[in-house]
Design a protein around this ligand. Structure first.
Ligand code: ADP
Length: 542
């Protein structure tokens, strides 16, 4: 027997229709690449997205075709999110921090018909334009007045001209909820990047779960500023969560330095934000150096790489900001877990609660996870056993775009490439990425633990722990440190800092001081590059 309820496909356009109808007056504030602040409402967004949907059809874009963007977080990018996916085409958000060779490869692999770009990326587009085969049109996301006359992109179109040619009388089409909506490539640290193709259904389900109180906890009373870029897995879903919940949305554009972000947090009354740890380091450094406080910010989702517990403590104790430590992947839309409390935690001590907040968190409904040993046997949730982390669920990848790399699943589960333990309450702790694990005498040493300890030292601005060759142990941990400006610290002081905090044999064998640690396109430490740059390094213990 079937239920007798309405059949309505879960479509991305429904989020915008809801936003326009039920909180059309709510604001979207954007810092434009021109530097000024732009303000409009969800009603304006909906109207302009409809006009853009018509403009796309006029350019010849048909359902299923891919449309690329190279853009910051801004209102025009939002319009494309809804115009492209809503009309049945596929939005391909390209990470502009990739190398031009990789961008050209990705644009052709995705067969992007049109590429929209912010003016910041004109030089990049000029470098790429002659080399892509698929792209038929390039569109500058600006108005005529800001379009330089001497650009070198043949046939370049102007975003506002395209909109001016259309009215907003347009009905969003209805189609199967399993239709592809958007495409994101993984960073491709090994080999060529692979595409993850989301559907309308996976996106809408992820949006609902991501907004829940134990995930981002986003409501109509929030003012949310995603620092995480819209080209980094749909800014972790915030581009959809904000219109669904009715939160005011603040989009920082290219201004991702501490000062620009802080000013926007304060002037717009931001309550909730999200970003990778390295971004918050910049913001906190600015706030610290200028003796400032956050007057409205209450919660901040941090993920993408492990958030050092010292940062979680600092946010809470000094600034009254609750960090929501979250874990996920491009292949998971991206949110998998979030470190929210259970009913027993509020009565616990600050240290106990900080320990919970420092885990990668509990699985959201919709994400099932398990840890397995090398033979695939499931390991206990005792907070001690660690193994390969596997996941499954309706917003988790089944296969890569164009089936690149073959079937990625193991018995219906997606192997994340992360090594983790899970405690009895279901809190998961990532100890490492499997390719970053340090194997000393056959035993694993988790580099994240070692980095987190180093990050708690007052002289350390950034720390990475990598495996260095050792003739007896195969690999031993080597700590690579960037010092805070004007602060001195010795190798011996840093190594002594580990005393009593971990098993003695986990202590790094040496410390190397560097000016900077290479960061990838999404702001994560690139340990493969770091290992390459240290390949001639010899441990003093070797
Ligand atoms: P990429 O593989 O390009 O870095 P993702 O952004 O999809 O792309 O990265 C996913 C990976 O990032 C995860 O598999 C995990 O290794 C790491 N990661 C994400 N969030 C966290 C976190 N909170 N703690 C530790 N590692 C994390």
């Amino acid at each position: 027997m079937f239920g007798q309820m309405m059949q309505q496909p879960l479509l991305i356009s429904s989020l915008l229709v809801h936003a326009e109808r039920h909180h059309g007056e709510q604001q979207i504030v954007s810092r434009r690449v021109e530097g000024d602040i732009h303000r409009y409402t969800y009603r304006d967004l909906a109207s302009r997205a409809r006009r853009m949907a018509k403009a796309l059809a006029a350019l010849g874009v048909t359902p299923g075709q891919r449309v690329g963007t190279l853009a910051w977080n801004g209102y025009r990018h939002m319009e494309l999110y809804y115009a492209v996916s809503g009309s049945g085409a596929v939005l391909h958000t390209v990470n502009p921090r990739l190398h031009p060779d990789q961008i050209a490869y990705i644009a052709d692999h995705a067969e992007d018909q049109v590429i929209f770009f912010d003016m910041t990326f004109l030089p990049l587009i000029q470098a790429v334009a002659g080399r892509t085969k698929a792209v038929k049109h390039y569109v500058a996301m600006t108005d005529r007045a800001h379009l330089p006359a001497d650009h070198k992109v043949p046939g370049l179109l102007c975003y506002e001209d395209l909109l001016d040619a259309q009215d907003d009388r347009y009905e969003w089409p209805s189609f199967d909820e399993n239709t592809a909506s958007s495409l994101c490539y993984t960073s491709g640290t090994t080999g060529n990047p692979k595409g993850v193709l989301y559907s309308h259904r996976s996106t809408v389900l992820h949006t609902m779960a991501g907004a829940l109180p134990d995930a981002l906890g986003c409501s109509a009373a929030d003012v949310v500023l995603p620092v995480v870029p819209m080209f980094h897995v749909n800014s972790w879903g915030i581009v959809y969560i904000a219109p669904m919940t009715g939160a005011k949305l603040v989009l920082p554009g290219a201004g991702l330095d501490g000062k620009s972000l802080y000013e926007l947090f304060e002037s717009e009354g931001v309550t909730l934000s999200a970003g990778v740890p390295t971004v918050w380091q910049g913001l906190l450094a600015y706030v610290d150096a200028n003796g400032l406080k956050f007057s409205t910010m209450r919660r901040s989702a941090i993920g993408g790489s492990a958030c050092p517990p010292a940062m979680i403590r600092r946010f809470l104790e000094v600034y009254g900001v609750r960090v929501i430590h979250a874990w996920g992947m491009t292949e998971m839309s991206p949110i998998g877990t979030a470190a929210s409390f259970k009913s027993k935690h509020p009565g616990q001590t600050l240290d106990e609660r900080l320990a919970v907040m420092s885990t990668q968190g509990r699985a959201l409904y919709g994400v099932d996870m398990k840890i397995v040993d090398e033979s695939g046997n499931e390991l206990p949730w005792d907070g001690k056993a660690s193994g390969d982390l596997l996941v499954r669920g309706p917003w988790i990848i089944a296969s890569y775009f164009k089936n690149e790399g073959g079937d990625p699943l193991r018995d219906g589960w997606f192997p994340t490439g992360d090594v983790a333990k899970i405690d009895a309450d279901g809190y998961m702790i990532i100890t490492d990425r499997s390719k970053d694990v340090i194997k000393s005498g056959g035993e694993w040493i988790g580099s994240i633990d070692l980095e987190n300890i180093a990050m708690a030292h007052p002289a350390v601005a950034m720390a990475a722990c990598v495996a260095a060759f050792h003739p007896k142990w195969d690999e031993r941990p080597l700590l690579v440190v960037v010092k805070k400006p004007g602060v001195e610290v010795t190798r011996e002081e840093l190594l002594a800092f580990y005393d009593g905090k971990i098993a003695k044999w986990w202590t790094p064998d040496d410390v190397v001081f560097v000016d900077a640690i290479p960061l990838g396109a999404t702001g994560k430490m690139q340990k493969n590059k770091l290992r390459d740059s240290l390949k001639d390094y010899k441990l003093p213990t070797a």
